[in-house]
Design a protein around this ligand. Structure first.
Ligand SMILES: C[S@@+](CC[C@H](N)C(=O)[O-])C[C@H]1O[C@@H](n2cnc3c(N)ncnc32)[C@H](O)[C@@H]1O
Length: 200
């Protein structure tokens, strides 16, 4: 794909987000993930990590009966979405989320570190966020639940992918069309949480 075409495509998602009332063009990434992998079921309960400004929560709330949206940054209200201000890398987040849900059907994370431009640092921080998202998923997911998380490709990525594979029955890396072409982000799609099975 030429750079010209890639930029046109991004403009397209930006304009579509405005037209369809989504707060961020990233909403289309979740729409594309959902279309391909059906990670959200009608009436499900979802934890959305790194949720602000709320594009993914808007999409998730079209399926879910309840969404717990977590972010360091505040977020404007959305119907059926409970906002929790907090840091997903800190232990107190478990208690904060636990005030609203005991078990959920899906944990989705689009959390990103602040980009410094030093790729190995940014990549390591992205993996750190993913490890914490996985910890939250392991605490709150029901047997058979689903997990999605954004990660920057790089050194620690294969090891993290293996860790996810130990905990879920189906795991696939996926690049939605709506991701920027120059971007090294990948979404790990994991279905069928093994809550009770032995993990090797
Ligand atoms: C790409 S944005 C998410 C966009 C969102 N999915 C949407 O569709 O509107 C990444 C978010 O991750 C959040 N984030 C980064 N580190 C975090 C942390 N440690 N705890 C909670 N949120 C974090 C940022 O504040 C930012 O809002």
């Amino acid at each position: 794909m030429t750079r010209w075409y890639a930029e046109r495509k991004q403009d397209y998602y930006y304009r579509e987000a405005k037209k369809q009332g989504y707060r961020a063009r990233s909403a289309f990434k979740l729409i594309q993930i959902q279309k391909k992998y059906k990670i959200l079921k009608k009436g499900c309960i979802v934890i959305d990590l790194g949720a602000s400004p709320g594009g993914w929560s808007q999409v998730a709330s079209q399926y879910a009966s309840k969404v717990i949206a977590v972010d360091l940054q505040k977020m404007q209200p959305i119907d059926k979405v409970i906002f929790v201000k907090g840091d997903i890398t800190e232990d107190e987040i478990f208690e904060k989320i636990g005030e609203y849900v005991e078990e959920v059907d899906a944990v989705i994370s689009d959390a990103s570190p602040n980009i410094t431009g030093n790729y190995s640092l940014d990549q390591a921080r992205s993996v750190w966020l993913c490890q914490n998202a996985l910890k939250i998923a392991k605490r709150f997911l029901k047997e058979g639940g689903n997990f999605v998380c954004k990660i920057f490709e790089g050194e620690d990525y294969p090891e993290f992918l293996n860790e996810v594979r130990k905990n879920f029955r189906m795991v696939k890396p996926y690049c939605p069309e709506a991701s920027r072409k120059q971007s090294s982000e990948i979404y790990i799609i994991a279905k069928g949480f093994k809550k009770y099975e032995r993990k090797n």
